[in-house]
Design a protein around this ligand. Structure first.
Ligand SMILES: CC(C)(COP(=O)(O)OP(=O)(O)OC[C@H]1O[C@@H](n2cnc3c(N)ncnc32)[C@H](O)[C@@H]1OP(=O)(O)O)[C@@H](O)C(=O)NCCC(=O)NCCS
Length: 189
């Protein structure tokens, strides 16, 4: 079955249970990953208000938006087909990373974004979350991820280089498109 056929069978709106996962990171710590839901809006709001300036600037490619109820609704009310997000939590249940994709207007392409708590960086968490997102995306008819990031954001540039992404840079903002590897798809039957 190809991913486009499978995509027709996935009803939007329900957080998919198959994305409840435990991920062991390179330093041995474990996180639990679940789809982000409206119940996470309060915690996400606190995280956005408390995040350091550089993380926010890099995540939003410039000054971050004001944290309003509307923004939090937008970020957490997802259809899990065209708009999908995952949250990773530590063993105490505190959110430590969020990754999301949103379908663009272009067929098969979704924009991906990820932010990891500084205390959880460089142990493979962003990589693991983007892999899970890719698995979800492929099963929903998305074949490419696009990323927009500040050109001097070396962590992202390095990450995308490893994925052999095509990158273009204009006015300090870089854009990259990467084709999702087909083997990421896991069709639960
Ligand atoms: C970019 C970000 C998401 C990476 O998260 P992470 O969990 O640390 O990433 P990973 O551990 O999966 O690293 C994957 C690869 O990215 C590259 N990378 C990550 N951090 C890096 C750094 N500080 N310097 C250079 N390369 C880096 C490396 O190639 C790394 O692989 P390696 O550790 O095997 O060498 C994180 O730094 C972050 O949240 N930054 C702020 C928000 C942001 O920039 N978001 C991206 C734009 S939407």
């Amino acid at each position: 079955m190809d991913s486009a056929q499978h995509a027709d069978e996935i009803a939007p709106g329900t957080p998919p249970r198959e994305f409840h996962r435990t991920v062991r990171l390179r330093d041995g710590r474990e996180v639990t990953v679940t789809p982000l839901t409206p119940a996470d809006a309060g915690e996400l709001g606190t995280a956005l208000r408390q995040a350091d300036r550089e993380t926010l600037y890099r995540r939003f490619c410039g000054p971050p938006p004001q944290v309003t109820a509307g923004l939090l609704r937008y970020l957490t009310e997802l259809d899990y087909v065209r708009r999908f997000a995952l949250v990773a939590r530590d063993q105490d249940g505190h959110g430590v990373a969020v990754a999301r994709y949103e379908a663009t207007g272009q067929p098969g392409i979704a924009e991906v974004a990820v932010a990891v708590d500084p205390a959880w960086r460089r142990v493979g968490l962003a990589t693991a979350l983007v892999r899970l997102l890719a698995e979800a995306a492929l099963a929903r008819g998305i074949t490419h991820f696009a990323a927009t990031y500040l050109a001097d954001n070396r962590p992202v540039a390095d990450l995308l280089n490893e994925a052999h992404a095509k990158q273009t840079i204009a006015a300090g903002v870089a854009e990259a498109v990467v084709r999702l590897p087909q083997q990421e798809a896991r069709h639960d039957t």
